[in-house]
Design a protein around this ligand. Structure first.
Ligand code: SUG
Length: 448
């Protein structure tokens, strides 16, 4: 039965701003309080979706969230009308207002972990919303994420949804940013590769010293259990703590995989050799021929990988069996990375072509091409059960582009975040969006 990988890109929300909210994410910290361009950000994201659609890849869109999250501010003690809540938060606790304004749900690789039906015990596609509990601004995403995913993948015959794991750091879960699936073909059973930064309960696993390890082993194991994955179809690996301390806050900043291929940096993992053997053996039992492409530190240092987001790329299979790598513009402007990429594609390996995208608005918050998309492998009848409103088409692209031009501001500064009119603008835009994408009522303001 034919099966596909579909990418659901996050539509950048109207409050896209640089809040400096993610300690351990170098770009987020270094662009803190810079002026942002929400309209440009959304258009850059849409341009990537359109380009992939035109190249023949299946492309979908995931809606942004209601921001400011007034309910979150109320839960922290700010009271009165919505406008009063916002102005008091702006006066007394600007970092909290910035957090409740963040458009961070655009990075849909963090929205959830997905296991395709070929891997799960009950033969359905399973989704577990990520609790994102390492950062307050991200921890408030999962209730709306769950409603949006349920509206996109509604049919219980094909899709199973799990609530986020308990919201404590011991179960810190960042979703698909730390999850890769290897397979011979998308519709066949594969090997799901879970990468964690630390263990919450077992002190034998080392932990980083400087920056937080967001994903725990225990969270990854819980997701694998919830999805009904078999032991034969799962591999766990630990990130090198030292790379987390260099700004690799998710595994997708230092490795990417697709099909039978893992493209990774030499310093990405602890105990790399036994990990590669396990991946190779488990994939072989599923009929696959695992291929690892290691980028040596002499060619690209971890620092260059973090600056350029070389590994935060989309590795896509083309119909002729070769692969295409979608990288951000920052890879072209880094001479070492660009030289490496030229060598990579001129050889006889699986990656044959590089395509470059300008995603600067997202990149300045530490989100590259791979962060912006959620991968869902679907069989044909499952694809037919996806809400058609969220599937990218030339007409939907035009509608969304016009919608962005109508509702988004060109610029947002720190002082604009305090403007209560922004809330009105966002709700107006999102109300229209739920009709465009045929999502029904998913936002708190639509549910009260
Ligand atoms: O969680 N940045 C996001 C970037 C997420 C990237 N996703 C993946 N690697 N999959 C984060 O750190 C910054 C927001 C700000 O500072 O305004 C932020 O949340």
């Amino acid at each position: 039965m034919p099966a596909f990988e579909m990418n659901f890109d996050g539509l950048v929300g109207p409050t896209h701003n640089y809040g400096g909210l993610s300690y351990g994410n170098v770009a987020s910290q270094s662009n803190s309080q810079a002026c942002s361009n929400p309209r440009e950000a959304a258009l850059q994201g849409l341009a990537k979706m359109k380009a992939l659609m035109e190249m023949g890849f299946k492309q979908g869109v995931l809606a942004p969230q209601e921001r400011p999250d007034v309910a979150a501010l109320r839960s922290l003690g700010f009271a009165g009308s919505d406008a009063e809540v916002i102005s008091r938060a702006a006066r007394e606790a600007m970092p909290l207002l910035a957090a409740c304004m963040s458009a961070s749900s655009m990075w849909t690789a963090n929205s959830c972990t997905v296991s395709p039906s070929a891997d799960t015990a009950d033969g359905r596609v399973h989704f577990t919303a990520a609790n994102l509990n390492c950062k307050f601004h991200r921890s408030i995403e999962h209730p709306t994420t769950s409603r949006v995913l349920a509206a996109m993948f509604a049919d219980p015959q094909h899709f199973a949804h799990h609530a986020a794991l308990p919201a404590v750091s011991q179960f810190g879960d960042e979703g698909a940013a730390n999850h890769t699936r290897f397979c011979k073909s998308y519709g066949e059973p594969g090997v799901e590769f879970f990468v964690f930064g630390r263990s919450a309960f077992d002190s034998r696993f080392p932990a980083p010293q400087r920056y937080p390890a967001r994903q725990t082993l225990e969270a990854s194991q819980a997701v694998a259990r919830l999805h009904g994955l078999s032991e034969e179809g799962v591999v766990y690996a630990q990130q090198t703590p030292a790379v987390i301390d260099q700004g690799v806050f998710h595994n997708d900043v230092i490795a990417v995989g697709n099909g039978e291929v893992l493209f990774y940096h030499q310093d990405a993992f602890l105990h790399t050799e036994p990990m590669l053997v396990e991946l190779q053996e488990k994939l072989a039992r599923r009929g696959g021929n695992f291929q690892a492409i290691c980028v040596p530190r002499e060619a690209v240092a971890v620092e260059d990988a973090v600056k350029s987001y070389l590994f935060n790329s989309q590795l896509l299979s083309r119909t002729d069996g070769s692969m295409l790598l979608i990288v951000p513009e920052e890879c072209r402007s880094n001479a070492r990375v660009w030289t490496y990429l030229q060598q990579l594609t001129s050889g006889s390996g699986p990656i044959r072509e590089i395509k470059v995208f300008d995603l600067k608005q997202s990149m300045q918050n530490g989100g590259g091409p791979a962060c912006l998309r959620l991968r869902v492998a679907l069989k044909e009848h499952e694809l037919a059960a996806v809400n058609p409103g969220v599937i990218m088409t030339p007409a939907l692209y035009d509608t969304l582009t016009a919608w962005v031009h109508k509702h988004y501001r060109d610029r947002l500064n720190d002082s604009d975040l305090a403007d209560p009119q922004l809330l009105v603008e966002c709700r107006t835009a999102l109300d229209e969006l739920t009709r465009i994408l045929k999502l029904g009522a998913v936002y708190p303001f639509q549910l009260t």
